[in-house]
Ligand binder design. Structure first.
Ligand code: PRP
Length: 213
């Protein structure tokens, strides 16, 4: 019997795309498609056990070894800097981390810049690299409201289609980093289950390359 590989998938639309990639790569688990509220699904024949977790929690499961591998956005990896291996860029869930503000915003270097964000670490690192003094206002969502109500000068947030910014009369001033979904592995698991992890990574990579042809 193969050793079971525990795989943390991000719940939601991205997770469904990710599962489809694993399925095509030969690691199917048909019970996952049953319409129910179950969170754990396994297929002993191919040796995988999938579980759905909040996208921002995937890295925690993997870092602590509750999952051997998982899929997390590069935004989460940059924000929390988990001690894991990043094995593959899956080229899905693509967006960018950006600085946005009201269209008439002009930066005054004399003043401390007030930055509202859910990604405090990314924002700190970005402005530290520019030597710009900032005041972080940590929010948990609907970040776009902050500059409109005068809570902040700018926001650091994810921009995908740009619709949210546009509909709130905000615009991108700087792009910090492109984001996409990454396949990550627990460090100890990668040592002890390298054969099964490599089999999945190689198979997904192969499938991605054949799509490019
Ligand atoms: C993210 C982000 C923006 C939006 C960007 O929010 O914070 O609000 O998506 O997407 P767009 O450029 O395609 O409009 P999310 O839906 O993750 O919810 P949040 O309010 O919890 O951040």
């Amino acid at each position: 019997m193969k050793p079971m590989l525990n795989v943390a998938l991000p719940k939601g639309r991205l997770g469904e795309k990710v599962y489809a990639m694993f399925e095509k790569a030969g690691f199917e688990c048909p019970s996952i498609k049953e319409n129910n509220r179950k969170l754990i699904f396994e297929n002993e024949t191919v040796g995988v056990r999938y579980f759905w977790v909040k996208p921002s929690d995937v890295a925690i499961y993997v870092e602590r070894g509750a999952a051997d591998i998982g899929v997390a956005g590069k935004d989460i990896l940059l924000e929390y800097e988990p001690d894991i291996y990043e094995l593959l860029d899956l080229d899905i869930g693509k967006c960018r981390m950006a600085v946005a503000a009201k269209e008439d915003f002009r930066d005054d270097p004399q003043n401390t810049l007030r930055v509202a964000t859910k990604f405090s670490n990314i924002a700190q690192n970005y402005y530290a690299s520019k030597g710009r003094e900032i005041d972080i206002i940590h929010l948990n969502g609907s970040i776009e409201i902050a500059p409109i109500l005068g809570l902040s000068d700018v926001i650091v947030d994810i921009v995908e289609t740009g619709t949210t910014l546009k509909e709130n009369n905000l615009k991108v001033f700087e792009t910090i980093v492109p984001i996409s979904a990454r396949l990550i592995a627990n460090k100890a698991s990668y040592k002890f289950k390298s054969a099964s992890i490599d089999a999945i990574v190689d198979s997904i990579r192969c499938q991605m390359e054949s799509k490019d042809d």
